[in-house]
Structure formats: structure tokens, C-alpha cells
Design a protein around this ligand. Sequence first.
Ligand SMILES: CC(C)(COP(=O)(O)OP(=O)(O)OC[C@H]1O[C@@H](n2cnc3c(N)ncnc32)[C@H](O)[C@@H]1OP(=O)(O)O)[C@@H](O)C(=O)NCCC(=O)NCCS
Length: 330
Amino acid sequence: MQIRPINAPDDDFAAWYEVYAAAREADYPGGPHWLERELKVIYEGTEQHGSRLWLAEDGGRAVGAALLGLPLRDNLTLGEPEIYVRPGHWRRGIGSALLQEIEDAAKAAGRTSLLTYLEGPAGAPANSGTAFAEKNGFSRRITEISRVQRPPFDLDAITAAEEAARPYAAGYRIVTWRDNVPDEYLDEYARLQARLSTDAPLGDLEYEAEVWDEARIRTGEARRARMRRGSWNAAAFAPDGSMAGLTVITLSVDSDECGFQDTTIVDPAHRGHRLGLLVKAANVRALLADRPGVQAVWTWNADSNAHMIAINETLGYRVAGWSAGYQKSA
Ligand SMILES: CC(C)(COP(=O)(O)OP(=O)(O)OC[C@H]1O[C@@H](n2cnc3c(N)ncnc32)[C@H](O)[C@@H]1OP(=O)(O)O)[C@@H](O)C(=O)NCCC(=O)NCCS
């Protein structure tokens, strides 16, 4: 077995992705996943976030795929590993060899802490990933529950929930838009995104506030366009013009398979006005108007985030699985 570094734009990435998809499907059939062309763009890296990739081959066949994510603007001592081994080749030390490669690279890059997210379906609380992580000195720092919204979408129930919430939000204005953030919302959008990075429950994770500015937003948008992913956005504005709440869903331009609920945040100064429900309801209505065939919208919440979970259940999201953050300090 040989391990060699590869780059996302290389032809070898097809083999990397094939192992990724097969390993994920084995642990979480039908679970959320990226398309190949989406990951190819993600792993090209940006000024904010770098990625290093490795491929493990046995007799010329790809059997393992590994990633080290490197935050470059914040969390500079953190490395984000992911390891995938082709089913049928598990328990032969391939994952361990890839982890060793990652740990050496992380150390050389000055990263003293490693953080990875593992996922699985409801009803199977542990899997190969959790066993492997625990064996290698990672400990669970946070558990999130994934929920998914699938057709048939109950638009009547969503509209009824919105109407019940509206009296609590007198004076607030809900605005929706597609794709790029309008210039006039940029500063407020950046402020809420930065808040979200530490406002959402973090369990015992060691994670710094993210730095958000116009460059980061516009870079992300350009990258999303190259991934051929669209975004649907809804924000609530307070009477003084500040952005009080924000939510984002992304979905491939070419595939209805896998929508992701990205950000949802309500500024603490504006909580208690049902703005979380109002922005999410407006956003899903906008998404369905444009893309009535959407097959799934996935969302993740810390199990301690009771308020957000109640909103999601009202909107028709149902529990699908779990996602756990595992961290290890060097
Ligand atoms: C997790 C994964 C990468 C492990 O790859 P692997 O090549 O099988 O790992 P190794 O053979 O090096 O296993 C090392 C040790 O981890 C533990 N381990 C790995 N898989 C395990 C499993 N399914 N059940 C119990 N323990 C397991 C064992 O202690 C193992 O040592 P042992 O076989 O001598 O008992 C692989 O199962 C996989 O691709 N899973 C799906 C994707 C995933 O969850 N990746 C996340 C990891 S960041």
C-alpha cells in the first residue's frame, strides 16, 4: 500500500471521491453528502481555508482517501482531518497509516489540536468512525442531531406557523434573496455570521470566533457559483435597519438531491420575536417556489439547542441521524 499527496484539480480526485462516497454510504446509507464537483471546488482551498489531500493505493487501486483541513484566518492551531477507507479494506491498518500522515502534516503546519466530525444514522450511535477516533485518542466534545425535511412539504402548516408567529414580530421586515448578498446588507451579514460561529452551542469544543468580512463573503459566493450551488437567503430587519436574523439554504443548481440548511441566527438583542421561525419559513417557501422537486434539506443542531429544534420540528424537519465532533490535543 502506498500513500501519496494529490491535489483537488488533478484527475486522481475522481478516485479520492469514489472512496469517500463508498465509505460514507457504508456507515450512513442515504446520508447527506457532497457531489464530486462540489468537493473538488471546496478542496481547492481559499485564503481562509486550506486543504491537503492524500490517496492510498494498493496494486494501483484507490483504497483510502484522507483530508487535512487548515483554517488560515482563525483557529490557526487547529487541523481538521477526515479519513475514508474503501469498504472491504477496513481493519487492515489503512486508516491508521493515513492518520499518521495527517498528524505529521498537521504538526509541521503548527497545528496542536485536531477536530473531526463523524456522522451516522439515528439508531446506530457508534460506527467505524467513532471506534477509530476513540482508539486514536480523540474524545467526543459535542453531539449534534441531524434532521431532514423531505417531500411532501406541508406548505399549509408552514404558513399557519408563520401567521401564528407574525404578531410577535411587529415592526420587523422579512426579506429574501437568491445567491449573492446585496451590497447594502454586507456589513450586517458579516456581523451575524461571525456571531454564529460562537453563539451556537459548542459543547466542549475549543473553537475561536471566525473572522468574517466582505472578502470572505465574496470569496465564498464565487466558490459556491463554481460548485454550481445556489443559495436561498432570508433575513429579518429591525425597525432601526439592523439585521436581526438570518438563514441560508444551499442546493445544487443541477440536482435536487441534497439541500443544506447552512446558517440560522437571531441576534441576541432581538430574540423572543419568533424571528427564527419567520426567516426559516419564508426561506423554505422561496426555495420550494423555485425548486419544487427538492428531495431533502438537511440541518444539524446541538442536542442542547432546544429552541432551534422546536422551530425545525414545526417546519417539518424530522430526526435522521447524528453528527459528533471529536477532538484531540497534541
Ligand atoms: C474509520 C475508518 C477510516 C477506519 O479505517 P481502517 O483502515 O479500517 O482503520 P484501521 O484498520 O487502521 O483501524 C485502527 C483501529 O481502529 C479501531 N477500529 C477501526 N474500525 C473499527 C470498527 N469498525 N469497529 C471497531 N473498531 C474499529 C480498531 O481499534 C482498529 O484496530 P484493530 O483493527 O487492530 O482492532 C473506516 O472504517 C472508514 O472509512 N469508515 C467510514 C468513514 C469514516 O467514518 N471516517 C471517519 C474517520 S475520520
